[in-house]
Design a protein around this ligand. Structure first.
Ligand SMILES: C[S@@+](CC[C@H](N)C(=O)[O-])C[C@H]1O[C@@H](n2cnc3c(N)ncnc32)[C@H](O)[C@@H]1O
Ligand code: SF4
Ligand code: SF4
Length: 421
């Protein structure tokens, strides 16, 4: 039988070993440099020793090595399709587009949304929750995950609470609920945290973009003031609360050099005990934008950032493009009752895919986010997913669009720092 490396394998040589990362299955294998060389020789036609046969069979079981004629694109297609049949619904709830911050890079452009200052009435919140409950039941779904989003979800705190409370009756029908919040955390008080936890909130994601002097230039209150001290004080309060904390750090060439310093500072304050870290390059993911963090100039700081994460014992995940656009039970509920396929489109005229006040999703809701054929051949596709549909749409990008340069650097740095010698 003729065999070859899977096209989804990425090999990262270390001092004495080679790490093999399968981007679709996420399987990671570490083998010695000699074994790696011998396998390449076997794949080129050399007769294998018994020892190397054993290594090859193990890699074959993990699909790192596959039959020469294996149609691997199907594996990724199936993985994508299975998201439609997972029995789960993930909905973003935007209680308001209003925000108390003016972050210069913010993806939410409130002028475009035109619903700023609109406050949802209790009746409207209840109508939205009722529609969602019916949707979950009608589609026979087993789990509902809610992300409280915005604008700033804590500006719409009262509406958040009412919405979450209304959903609880789903549990009586055996439907699992998971509630999370993505917030700048400036308005977080102990009273609000307790109320959210009582409603079942499981996690809070808060963005911190650098040490105080850097963060305060990027995460700016509407008044122009910085927000660092208040945010740190507020999230420190979560230490004794039964809610998990994710600190998100948006990086670009301006703040990336300072992130290892921030991580040391957070580590010294004991945040590794309560928080995990997510590093995300500032969007849009196109290198010619002057605000984008998706550049090699930014990526060159990743090594020091990952080292700082390790030395401070932070838990951290790999950055990836999660594009939920087109996943059947993934959508966004906006304050005016309109539904969107993705939070980045939320509020943008012409991209509505439904309206709660008009009976839910439109007949012609676009469901499929097709990715170019070339992406099925790419070793990074499991992490990149062919890129972000929103970016490709609003920037009018064609099939030549590719994130390979920065993505491969991000993944290499992550894997090498997690599993390296
Ligand atoms: C739009 S905000 C809304 C929720 C809340 N106001 C907040 O800042 O967390 C949602 C998330 O998008 C992130 N974000 C905003 N603009 C971004 C950009 N240009 N690139 C990457 N992430 C961005 C924020 O850091 C936050 O994690
Ligand atoms: S706090 Fe969130 S919504 Fe508000 S401006 Fe900043 S990123 Fe945008
Ligand atoms: S956009 Fe580029 S890096 Fe991403 S999956 Fe397609 S070919 Fe690969």
């Amino acid at each position: 039988m003729k065999i070859r490396w899977s096209k989804y394998i990425n090999a990262y040589p270390q001092k004495d070993s080679v790490i093999l990362f399968h981007s679709v299955s996420r399987c990671v294998n570490k083998i010695s440099k000699e074994d790696y060389e011998m396998i390449n020789n076997v794949l080129a036609g050399t007769k294998p020793t018994d020892d190397i046969k054993k290594v090859i069979s193990e890699l074959y079981v993990d699909k790192c090595i596959v039959k020469e004629d294996e149609v691997e694109g199907e594996m990724f297609k199936e993985a994508r399709k299975s998201r439609d049949y997972s029995g789960e619904c993930a909905a973003y709830f935007i209680p308001t587009f209003t925000c108390n911050f003016r972050c210069p890079y913010c993806i939410v452009d409130s002028t475009e949304h035109g619903t700023e200052n609109k406050k949802l009435t209790d009746e409207e919140v209840i109508t939205m929750a009722k529609w969602l409950k019916q949707y979950v039941i009608k589609n026979n779904l087993k789990k509902l995950t809610i992300e409280l989003f915005g604008g700033e979800p804590l500006v719409g705190f009262k509406q958040d609470i009412l919405f979450l409370k209304e959903l609880h009756s789903l549990e009586e029908q055996g439907i699992e609920l998971e509630f999370n919040m993505i917030s700048n955390c400036y308005l977080l008080t102990e009273e609000k945290v307790d109320a959210l936890i009582e409603c079942g909130l499981k996690s809070i994601q808060c963005t911190i973009d650098g040490p105080k002097e850097i963060h305060d230039k990027r995460r700016i209150l509407a008044s122009g003031k910085g927000s660092y001290d208040k945010i740190i004080e507020n999230i420190a309060m979560l230490e004794n609360k039964s809610v998990s904390l994710v600190i998100r750090i948006n990086i670009d060439r301006d703040n990336a050099p300072y992130i290892s310093g921030l991580l040391d500072e957070l580590g010294e304050r004991g945040f590794a005990k309560i928080a995990s870290i997510g590093i995300a390059p500032v969007d849009p993911p196109v290198a010619d934008s002057n605000i984008s963090g998706h550049t090699l100039e930014t990526m060159q700081y990743l090594e020091t950032i990952y080292k700082a994460l390790r030395r401070n014992n932070f838990r951290f995940k790999m950055w990836e493009t999660f594009c939920g656009h087109g996943v059947e039970h993934f959508f966004v509920i906006c304050p005016d009752g309109k539904l969107y396929n993705c939070p980045s489109f939320a509020g943008m005229k012409g991209y509505e895919v439904g309206n709660i006040y008009e009976g839910g999703f439109f007949e012609d809701r676009p469901k499929v986010h097709e990715i170019p054929d070339k992406c099925y051949e790419c070793s990074l596709v499991g992490v990149c997913s062919g890129g972000c549909y929103f970016t490709k749409t609003v920037h009018h990008l064609n099939d030549d669009y590719c994130l390979e340069v920065t993505h491969s650097e991000m993944i290499k740095q992550y894997i090498s720092n997690m599993y390296g010698d």
